[in-house]
Design a protein around this ligand. Structure first.
Ligand SMILES: Nc1nc2c(ncn2[C@@H]2O[C@H](COP(=O)(O)OP(=O)(O)OP(=O)(O)O)[C@@H](O)[C@H]2O)c(=O)[nH]1
Length: 336
């Protein structure tokens, strides 16, 4: 089986992948601005210096400016002064593109051209051609939020220690009543549900992730392109409770954000006699992490949809905040 390496670079050649083009001897996919292409051409004509990264031998560039969907989340990312992750750095660089087309996203628009450095040829990418971006571009893809029907898309990841009831919670929510007393460890499962919350229709993509151990590597794909997280622990397990802070830290670190919409769920609340974590402890943690909180039982179908509603509320707060009430202005002074 062959492997393809994809690298996304910013206009200033910040390599998003851990492998630099120099270490990659494979065809490389690069997203470039026309400004950068000029720069690239100039650099190719200059003799390589030890400090100048060399261009990969066989590279294919996608140039042009796909459409930009204004979104509070995207805007917030782009406005960060020093985003931590390379992808955020890449996003933050987007406003540097020429103002007439100062847009940036990954939806391949018909105006995009493919540039092949080997024969200096350029081909217009067909509208029907599937988007060539994969991997980390997931993050960029999901920035676009609403479809023509006005439904907002929300991608949610459920994370936590193994066997805390993530799958049971998801299944009870997506296709109730569903509860299975047997345990089958999950690798990854995706389900969809359209819900209405607070007058807004949401098309939710729910990713049920594999249980994480303390020293598990954080799966990078869950750090990008995600609108909100459900962090689950079992009220019967101190270890799973401690995992919540670890996972939360990793998400913020990976996403390069100070806050992400999140709900902490204390699962298996039906097992009161085995309770190891008090409700007050759960609430205190949620307050500390600036997250929503709820205790639930997938077995008894208790607070299952409420857990998702709390997350929708958190996401609404973050992405569609209610407009601030108008303060009275000086010319309104005295008006009733
Ligand atoms: N008593 C009780 N048991 C539950 C509850 N939710 C899940 N379980 C049981 O806990 C075990 C693990 O449930 P899963 O939903 O598979 O847990 P998970 O977190 O998805 O596990 P991983 O796939 O390993 O990450 C199963 O035997 C479930 O039946 C609950 O609310 N109450």
């Amino acid at each position: 089986m062959s492997t393809t390496n994809l690298i996304i670079t910013s206009p200033t050649s910040t390599i998003v992948s851990r492998n630099s083009p120099r270490s990659v001897n494979l065809p490389t996919l690069v997203v470039h601005s026309p400004v950068h292409r000029e720069h690239q051409k100039r650099r190719n004509s200059e003799p390589a210096s030890p400090t100048t990264p060399t261009t990969p031998q066989h590279s294919t560039y996608f140039t042009g400016f796909p459409s930009y969907t204004p979104d509070p989340w995207n805007a917030r990312l782009a406005s960060r002064k020093s985003p931590k992750s390379p992808l955020h750095r890449c996003m933050a660089l987007a406003p540097q593109f020429p103002s007439s087309r100062s847009s940036f996203s990954t939806t391949v628009s018909p105006s995009l051209t493919r540039y092949d450095s080997e024969d200096d040829s350029e081909t217009l990418i067909d509208e029907e051609e599937p988007t060539p971006f994969i991997g980390n571009s997931l993050y960029l893809h999901n920035i676009s939020m609403s479809n023509s029907a006005g439904t907002m898309k929300r991608k949610v990841v459920i994370m936590g220690s193994p066997s805390v009831g993530k799958t049971s919670l998801t299944q009870q929510y997506v296709a109730p009543p569903t509860y299975n007393a047997s345990y089958y460890p999950t690798i990854e499962d995706t389900s969809h549900k359209t819900v209405s919350y607070n007058g807004v229709q949401y098309e939710c993509e729910i990713i049920d992730s594999a249980g994480l151990e303390e020293y598990s590597l954080f799966p990078g794909k869950y750090g990008i392109g995600v609108h909100g997280y459900i962090l689950v622990y079992s009220i019967t397990s101190r270890q799973s409770f401690n995992m919540i802070s670890t996972v939360h830290d990793k998400i913020l670190d990976y996403a390069g954000l100070e806050k992400v919409p999140c709900v902490i769920v204390g699962q298996k609340v039906d097992l009161q006699s085995e309770r190891a974590i008090t409700t007050a402890e759960g609430e205190a943690l949620a307050k500390k992490l600036n997250a929503g909180f709820i205790e639930s039982s997938a077995k008894d179908n208790k607070n299952v949809s409420k857990a998702f509603d709390v997350l929708l509320a958190e996401m609404q707060k973050e992405y569609n905040p209610a407009p601030e009430k108008k303060k009275s202005s000086w010319w309104g002074w005295g008006a009733k």
